[in-house]
Design a protein around this ligand. Structure first.
Ligand code: UGA
Length: 362
């Protein structure tokens, strides 16, 4: 039997110490309506929040059910952000990726169902995989017919690449968990909301290799590292892939609205992204160097370097060609609108990186 709902209990953020979690915690504390309990394995990104009276931070592995269950029981809402979500790891550590995104996330879903608590789960825009257009020759009638279609939560098919391209194991694990959550809702009454983030960017995103992490972060952190170390930015496979980037302040505003409006958001999956901020990765590299030029008042001295995906990521990588979210659902049900233009988001992110890391030029 599930225990009665505790809507006034704290927001329990699992993975609070990550980029999104740290911003969401900040936002919820600023709103002031609820206490926030954060769980993670490392506190660096929420260290500045530790003295706040309405924030409680606990450090343990989510596999520790004995510690997790009482927190879920006392929570008003559980937000699960904990996961490996770095493409450089999908093809190199596929087992850990699937473990993290499915097996380790499943007990959280079950705990929420058993304790009768609302779950807001972070999935990914990557569940959409590749566009249908990417399978059709450029210029063919099929390509032209489908190339401008927005990705919509309730109508767009999910087109993952072949199994020997391990990159898609992440999206497959996320997709299966989405289906599981939905089934828990239909068959066992779980109250749920799923979020598909489309390339959130901003301060505290990822890490700088060799400073506060190892390996290859996502693209904007790669570009920030190059700017801080005075090295060329690297474009994978020509930088022709396209992405839409949304500033983290806009993104957490959407999440805060979901938490505040359970009736509008329960049983729903939401794209959270900014369709107005679409660029190719090559154009992103130009835009981020333009931000550097605006800030420093002198020309950026390097041209971009080209690298193949095999050299950059290794065997098993395959790219998402294009991901433009349809955000009609978030607009209609949450009254949400992303506002920060790309150039502004890049200026603010670069300033925050320079403040956090300084120049890394040797
Ligand atoms: C990733 C995750 O897989 C998603 O879960 C997540 O939702 C998404 O980021 C996100 O941030 O929301 P992806 O957009 O492919 O997906 O991640 P990036 O590593 O940022 O790559 C974006 C593009 O930049 C790819 O085409 C990649 O090949 C390219 N890239 C990356 C470069 O051209 N240069 C670099 O130095 C790094």
């Amino acid at each position: 039997m599930s225990t009665p709902a505790a809507p006034s209990g704290p927001a329990l953020l699992l993975g609070a110490g990550g980029f999104i979690g740290s911003h969401l915690a900040e936002r919820l504390l600023a709103d002031g309506g609820r206490d926030v309990v954060g769980v993670d394995l490392r506190p660096e990104k929420v260290r500045h929040l530790l003295p706040r009276p309405r924030f409680r931070y606990l450090e343990f592995d989510l596999a520790d059910e004995a510690r997790l269950r009482p927190l879920v029981r006392e929570a008003g809402v559980v937000v699960n952000l904990a996961a490996i979500c770095n493409p450089a790891r999908y093809n190199t550590t596929a087992l850990a990726t699937m473990e993290s995104n499915f097996l380790a996330a499943l007990p959280v879903v079950r705990l929420c169902r058993e304790e009768g608590r609302r779950l807001v789960h972070f999935s990914t825009c990557e569940v959409y995989g590749r566009t249908l257009a990417s399978y059709a020759p450029a210029g063919s009638p099929l390509h032209d017919a489908v190339s401008h279609v927005l990705l919509s939560e309730e109508t767009t098919p999910l087109l993952l690449g072949p199994v020997h391209r391990e990159r898609w194991c992440y999206a497959a694990a996320k997709q299966l968990l989405e289906r599981w959550i939905r089934a828990e809702g239909r068959e066992n009454g779980l109250r749920w909301t799923v979020i598909r983030p489309f390339n959130f960017i901003g301060p505290r995103m990822d890490f700088i290799p060799g400073v506060d992490g190892d390996g290859t972060p996502r693209v904007l952190a790669c570009f920030m590292e190059a700017l801080l170390r005075d090295r060329p930015l690297r474009l994978v496979d020509g930088g022709t892939a396209r992405r839409t980037f949304v500033h983290i302040d806009d993104a957490v505003d959407a999440v805060a609205r979901m938490l505040d409006r359970p009736a509008a958001s329960e049983g729903r999956t939401f794209n959270v992204g900014n369709p107005a901020n679409e660029v190719t990765i090559a154009a992103l590299a130009d835009a981020v160097t333009a931000a550097w030029v605006r800030r420093h008042g002198r020309p950026w001295p390097h041209t971009h370097e080209h690298v193949t995906s095999l050299e950059f990521y290794g065997e098993g990588y395959e790219d998402s060609d294009r991901r433009v979210p349809d955000i009609a659902l978030a607009r209609e049900l949450l009254g949400w609108e992303p506002r920060v233009p790309l150039a502004d988001a890049l200026d603010r992110t670069l300033a925050a990186y320079e403040e956090a890391y300084g120049s890394l030029v040797r």
